[in-house]
Design a protein around this ligand. Structure first.
Ligand SMILES: CCCCCCCCCCCCCCCC(=O)SCCNC(=O)CCNC(=O)[C@H](O)C(C)(C)COP(=O)(O)OP(=O)(O)OC[C@H]1O[C@@H](n2cnc3c(N)ncnc32)[C@H](O)[C@@H]1OP(=O)(O)O
Length: 160
């Protein structure tokens, strides 16, 4: 099947990105707008589709789907795609917690190859705040399987 046909088939498919029962949808574009364009901005794209949520404790979660344009190893996600998800989701977690930041350092461990065309969950947590340094940890998983873990050092932007 030619590639264009595969892409078209993907575009037409609705992906179920619904959250857990106790999650509340989080309007990320309302908070950071076009900064999401690179990763989660195209809800019908063939690279990433995403939806963000917050749980009762206000931690940010996301459902992500990676399509054929995120491919690295055959059938699996490119490491840069996984890192981009971590950059967006963990940076956004700091913003959602009230800290206007940019990411200063992002450390990603790739634990298992992440299959394309499966919905995965991203969980995040602000673990410490020291002056301008906000540390956020995150994980991408599906069921019992962890695909990646990350530690993200966010630095608040003066004057924001
Ligand atoms: C203008 C409007 C923007 C709006 C934006 C909206 C974005 C909303 C998006 C939300 C969802 C998407 C999230 C994507 C998030 C990105 O991808 S952001 C893009 C990628 N990141 C960047 O481009 C950042 C580039 N780096 C910089 O701009 C500057 O280096 C920084 C990070 C602002 C820090 O510079 P600085 O303000 O001069 O601060 P500096 O004194 O160097 O450091 C402050 C403290 O942090 C520590 N630190 C700084 N960098 C590091 C590091 N890499 N490692 C360890 N420690 C460090 C320093 O040691 C220092 O510690 P203390 O001495 O206070 O103990």
């Amino acid at each position: 099947m030619p590639n264009s046909t595969v892409l078209k088939a993907c575009e037409q498919t609705e992906i179920d990105l619904s959250g857990a029962a106790d999650w509340v949808p989080f309007d990320a574009p309302a908070l950071v707008g076009d900064s999401l364009r690179f990763v989660s901005g195209d809800s019908r794209g063939d690279r990433f589709r995403a939806r963000y949520y917050r749980d009762a404790e206000q931690h940010l979660h996301a459902r992500f789907w990676l399509g054929p344009e995120a491919e690295g190893p055959p059938g699996h996600a490119h490491g840069g795609a996984v890192a981009a998800i971590m950059d967006e989701a963990l940076g956004l977690a700091a913003w959602a917690a009230g800290y206007p930041i940019v990411v200063g350092n992002l450390n990603v461990s790739f634990r298992n190859m992440l299959p394309l065309r499966k919905v995965v969950t991203v969980e995040s947590r602000v673990v410490s705040v020291e002056g301008r340094k906000i540390m956020v940890h995150g994980r991408i998983f599906r069921g019992e399987k962890t695909f990646a873990e990350a530690q993200c050092l966010c630095i608040t932007i003066p004057g924001k």
